[in-house]
Design a protein around this ligand. Structure first.
Ligand code: HEM
Length: 480
């Protein structure tokens, strides 16, 4: 169970020494600061990074300062500050990841773009890809993918599958198809392994020696870039049919040229951002799906309610010529949508959002200096009892009321850096849920809640193994 700390209002200070306007902190060791404690939490604690934050929140309150990798970091856990920093009205903040992460996903990546102008350019170009039309096509493709994958689960190891492992395979395939129309083959398998190596290296100590995780991650990135280069070259030469995918759109728009060279994305920008979208979309969504299955497995009444809703929908779709799920079907899943939202709150897959301070400013009464890093801890907000009643309880109905506090739900971030793929992520979770529930009776066979060590996104260590037994299909039920 996550520890919740009642009564920690914004800026409440527990440290007697902190009477100045500098955020409370422990000094740590000169130069190294609290790097060791931070890395220890990521590498050894069953709650990962969150353990580092929670220990200090208990000591100092919702705001504390520390030093990691030679830089000053201030962590904030209140909705008021989340609003100030994520809205960024005065342009005082920009995003900045640890430089090791930027090296792995690429310095042209939207995820890491620090310069506001560069971010705006890339975001503008990528944003065009996330239309309702592409979402509808994606839902159909994802549904077909899920049906074909899920179909064999009852024959797999006596009906036991590890949800995270399967979800990672499925979301990887979905991303590759949507982005580049890549479906199977050696290239895809190699890339899947390499993307996993890149992800593993993200929170590793940034040492470039051949046996380190970081080095292996960089090598994997190099191989991915070479594959993407080959694919882009073929597309630019018009040698690869007329695919309706994100890459084709990016290449075509570039060929049209807009008459403005500055709006063109270079091949490096395209490559970095294809990798970015695979990383941003695969691991996060697979982790969220896994947590959702775990929470439902632990809450049978909620599972019953969502089963009723989904079976009703399955009866409806089984009478249609195409029984694939549509965007409209997903809009007709009000309870499952709340299950998805509540799972995202509790899982807090992206636990914190890092920003760089561009100008001296004051937050929560503390002086924050230019050059410092400020971090919004979404997970602390999601588990704050002042924000969510009984936050450790999995309760989708808490979202029945529509008047939630602003900046209280941060699973996809907020403001100018909000997740670009949020509708696709929610769609994947809903389609997965529908097919799992209407195909199988299932139960979780390992209740461990520990988080996987060293993972960039919050992932369940057990991977959530489940045992499945096939249900009769709605058509069989009718004809019986
Ligand atoms: C459940 C799944 C997902 C979660 C929880 C998630 C969460 C997030 C969060 C919290 C951010 C903002 C971080 C910040 O402000 O510092 C973000 C950004 C981003 N996400 Fe997602 N995401 C998910 C799925 C996806 C998918 C499927 C895609 C792509 C298809 C995607 C693409 C992106 C991109 C490109 C950004 C960077 C946006 C920018 O900086 O302007 N995400 N995501």
């Amino acid at each position: 169970e996550w520890v919740s700390i009642p009564g920690l209002g914004p800026g409440r200070i527990h440290n007697q020494e902190s009477t100045t306007d500098v955020p409370p902190s422990s000094r740590g060791i000169p130069l190294i600061g609290e790097t060791i404690q931070f890395m220890a939490a990521i590498n050894y604690s069953s709650k990962g990074f969150y353990d580092f934050v929670q220990t200090r929140r208990l000591r100092y309150g919702n705001c504390f300062k520390t030093n990691i990798f030679g830089e000053t970091h201030v962590f904030f856990s209140s909705i008021e500050t989340a609003k100030v920093i994520l809205r960024n009205d005065a342009g005082k903040f920009t995003k900045r990841y640890l430089s090791s992460i930027a090296q792995l996903v690429g310095d042209q990546s939207l995820l890491c773009a620090s310069s506001p102008d560069h971010h705006k350019l890339i975001r503008g170009r990528l944003n065009n890809l996330f239309t309702t039309k592409s979402l509808s096509l994606f839902i159909k493709q994802f549904d077909e993918l899920i049906i074909s994958t899920l179909g064999g689960w009852e024959h797999h190891r006596g009906g036991t599958v590890v949800v995270l492992k399967e979800a990672l395979k499925i979301t990887f395939k979905a991303m590759c198809k949507m982005l580049m129309s890549l479906e199977s083959g050696e290239e895809v398998e190699m890339m899947e392994k390499d993307v996993a190596e890149v992800c593993k290296a993200m929170l590793a100590f940034p040492l470039k020696l051949p046996w380190t995780r970081f080095y292996k991650g960089l090598q994997a990135r190099k191989r991915i870039m070479e594959t993407l280069e080959k694919i882009i070259t073929l597309r630019r030469r018009g040698l690869e049919g007329c695919n309706e995918d994100f890459l084709q759109y990016l290449v075509q728009e570039d060929n049209r040229g807009f008459g403005d060279e500055t709006l063109k994305l270079t091949d490096t920008e395209i490559k970095d951002n294809i990798l970015t979208m695979i990383i941003a979309g695969q691991d996060t969504t697979a982790s969220a799906i896994t947590w959702m299955v775990k929470y439902l497995g632990e809450n049978p009444e909620i599972l019953d309610a969502v089963e009723r809703e989904q079976q009703k929908l399955a009866e409806k779709t089984s009478t249609r010529t195409s029984f694939n799920l549509t965007l409209q079907d997903l809009n007709d899943m009000p309870y499952a949508s709340k299950v998805v939202k509540e799972s995202l709150r509790m899982a807090s897959v992206v636990a914190w959002f890092p920003r760089l301070v561009l100008q001296d400013c004051e937050i929560e009464g503390y002086k924050i200096k230019k050059g410092w890093n400020v971090n919004i801890v979404a997970k602390s907000i999601h588990f704050d009892p002042m924000v969510y009643n009984d936050p450790n309880k999995f309760n989708p109905s808490r979202f029945d009321e529509h008047d939630s506090k602003p900046y209280s739900f941060l699973a996809f971030g907020m403001g100018e850096r909000t997740c670009l793929g949020l509708n696709m992520a929610k769609a994947m979770m809903l389609v997965f849920l529908h097919r799992l529930i209407t195909t199988y009776k299932w139960k979780v066979v390992d209740s461990d809640s520990s988080i996987e060590k060293r993972a960039m996104f919050s992932r369940l260590k057990s991977g959530c193994p489940i045992h499945v037994t096939r249900l009769p299909s709605p058509k069989d039920v009718k004809s019986a």
